[in-house]
Design a binder for this molecule. Structure first.
Ligand SMILES: O=C(O)CCC(=O)C(=O)O
Ligand SMILES: [Fe+2]
Length: 364
């Protein structure tokens, strides 16, 4: 994680970048060779300061969804075990043979690109409102009013379950996003069943206790335009995600790094895989056994990178804490809190802090 000493303390210069509402528009209009000082996450290029461990990249776990869901109990059990290992050791895995058609994912990425290319005027209606839980939000960085350092990213965030919302332009975007949303719900449900089993619980235990079937699903499309000084800024700082799982795929351009054993690891996805992060809610439910993974997005100076992200979590109004069955033998690591309250807590903290620490029992 970027330590305090690597974060630039430079104050936003008035009129410089504190009022940028789209980093794409800013990057295009300036054709600049320098980034504004309040986009500097680092005082020295991060590839020099940071320990990047490419020796780990080849050992990122791979989970075969078709085998995890096999009718053969032995194959199924074996893959539940592999899932548990991936969650416990990495908090991250690549999911292959997930059954979501490649053509659907390609179409979704194509439409995302078209959305990004729409003139600002056409996207204005989606521009960020203040509420973190508003159904459709187009914004930049993470939460500019709360940040000293901004991030080189524009985003579209949409609540897609239990009620489906989505921009109605470009034509067809909404329809393809709906199909993808529902397919991800099915995959996430099966993974949660596997997780429950791996914790020694009934397979539907977490689904029921967290209201998963009316759970909150958020889609986020991240747009990272080429950055003139990619090693001084970040697309997103080190953070963990909110829900149970985050599913991510990208437009063939790398930039995701995950933290493993104290080092950053570049993720190079297998073809047609989904990259899956363990989120904070799974860490809570598993009472700390499956920790959410810290990750960040780095930049390049050539191409716009797009990542398409889906976060599946509990129902908004459900109180979420460690699974009671686990507490027969161990003390709770986390306090219980309604998912929507945790959501707000995360939105209101700086992204580079671990929000989970705010609900952790002290001394744990
Ligand atoms: O773009 C990426 O690779 C990371 C995106 C991410 O972490 C997020 O949207 O939460
Ligand atoms: Fe994330």
């Amino acid at each position: 994680m970027a330590s305090a000493s690597t974060i630039s303390s430079s104050e936003p210069t008035k009129g410089e970048a504190s009022n940028i509402s789209s980093i794409k528009a800013f990057a295009e209009s300036n054709g600049a060779s320098l980034i504004p000082s309040n986009y500097h996450s680092f005082t020295e290029p991060h590839h020099i300061i940071d320990d990047v461990a490419d020796e780990f990249a080849a050992s990122i776990p791979v989970i075969d969804f078709s085998l995890l869901t096999s009718d053969d109990p032995q194959i199924h059990d074996n893959h539940v075990h592999q899932l548990a290992k991936a969650c416990a050791q990495w908090g991250f895995f690549m999911l292959i043979n997930h059954g979501i058609p490649e053509s659907l994912m390609e179409e979704l990425m194509k439409k995302s690109q078209e959305f990004n290319d729409l003139p600002m005027e056409e996207k204005k209606e989606f521009s960020e409102k203040d509420e973190a839980l508003s159904p459709i939000r187009l914004g930049t960085s993470f939460h500019p009013p709360k940040e000293n350092v901004h991030y080189w990213r524009d985003f579209l965030k949409v609540i897609t379950s239990p009620h489906f919302n989505f921009p109605h332009k470009p034509p067809g975007y909404r329809e393809v996003a709906f199909q993808y949303s529902r397919k991800i719900n099915v995959v996430a449900r099966k993974l949660i069943e596997g997780i429950s089993e791996s914790l020694g619980l009934e397979s539907n235990s977490i689904i029921e206790s967290t209201g998963f079937d009316s759970g909150l699903q958020i889609m986020a499309v991240n747009f990272y335009p080429p950055c003139p000084q990619p090693h001084l800024a970040l697309g997103l700082p080190p953070h963990s995600d909110l829900g149970f799982f985050t599913f991510l795929f990208q437009n063939g351009i790398g930039g995701l790094q995950i933290k493993h054993e104290g080092k950053w690891v570049n993720v190079d996805p297998l073809p047609n895989s989904l990259l899956v992060n363990i989120g904070d809610q799974l860490e809570v439910v598993s009472n700390g056994r499956y920790a959410s993974v810290l990750h960040r997005a780095i930049l390049n100076n050539k191409d716009t990178r797009i990542s398409f992200v889906v976060v599946n979590g509990p129902a908004k109004d459900k109180e979420i804490g460690p699974a009671p069955q686990l507490l027969d033998k161990e003390k709770p690591v986390f306090k219980s809190i309604k998912y929507q309250d945790y959501f707000m807590l995360q939105q209101n903290s700086r992204l580079s802090e671990r929000s989970l620490d705010q609900i952790r029992f002290s001394g744990q």
